[in-house]
Design a protein around this ligand. Structure first.
Ligand SMILES: [Zn+2]
Length: 271
């Protein structure tokens, strides 16, 4: 009995060793993502769009974001003092512009929403009018994403109207994913509007260390995907996020390509 126990133990150790070897083999796969030697094209280029929210009100970090040496997507709130000038700046700097549409949250003050917000108590016509006016107020916008919206994006009636207007105006929608229960993607498919989704927020905590850690999380996401969308902000965290992003660009550029958001949007629209 003792002897056979010994053999069982030996067999177990061998099995564990094999498993460990296999695992390390599997883990070696991300080596694909390691820095590319000059002149060598990556097997499949991974692509990442960085979207920066909350422009339109002379927010802190605006200038630093506009000067970013890679394309970013500038999400601008409608009807604000620098809505139009931020859109022009972004366009000149070669960045993409989208409407940052204020939508009703489950919690939070109404004052955080800004003007022109979509509320679930509004009539169909009122929502339709507000979304159209918001699009009119942001020059160069080619898409839209939600500011807040943890309530409105889970309301099927509201989600449908917002997406129908996007379709009529030739805009795609980026779901910021402020609610786990958001219906934007599902209803977008029904309406026939391309909806892409935010994979991670970069600056929910305002610190360089945190933003850099979040930026590295993009690499983890890319182990199982070819593209990633991440959202940061101007405002309270703006300068911190901008400098963390800028400092990370040289290293991250070896791992993936920074692209405009529109290049990650499936083409459903006939523009
Ligand atoms: Zn926002």
């Amino acid at each position: 009995m003792r002897k056979s126990n010994k053999y069982t133990l030996a067999a177990l150790i061998v099995l564990l060793a094999i498993l460990a070897a296999t695992r390390s083999g599997v883990q070696a796969a991300p080596a694909e993502l390691s820095p590319i030697t000059p002149g060598e094209a990556p097997a499949a280029t991974k692509r990442v769009a960085i979207v920066i929210d909350d422009f339109g009100n002379r927010m802190s970090g605006t200038e630093q974001m506009m000067e970013m040496p890679v394309p970013i997507t500038v999400a601008i709130m409608p009807f604000m003092p620098t809505t139009k000038s931020d859109a022009e700046l972004a366009q000149k700097a070669g960045h993409e512009v989208i409407v940052h549409m204020p939508m009703e949250p489950l919690r939070g003050k109404k004052s955080w929403l800004g003007p022109g917000a979509i509320m679930t108590a509004m009539s169909d016509n009122e929502i339709r009018r507000k979304v159209n006016e918001a699009i009119d107020s942001v020059p160069h916008a080619i898409g839209m994403n939600n500011h807040m919206g943890s309530k409105a994006t889970t309301d099927p009636r509201v989600a449908r109207i917002v997406l129908e207007v996007c379709k009529e105006r030739g805009l795609f929608f980026l779901d910021s994913r402020t609610s786990y229960f958001s219906l934007m993607k599902k209803i977008g498919q029904e309406v026939g509007v391309p909806v892409v989704e935010n994979q991670l927020f970069l600056d929910d905590t305002v610190s360089q260390v945190h933003v850099k850690r979040q930026l590295r999380k993009i690499l983890t996401h890319l182990e199982g995907a070819n593209q990633c969308i991440a959202i940061g902000h101007v405002g309270g965290s703006g300068k911190t996020t901008a400098s963390a992003l800028r400092e990370s660009i040289p290293e991250l550029s070896k791992q993936f390509e920074f692209v405009k958001l529109s290049t990650l949007v499936p083409r459903l629209l006939t523009r």
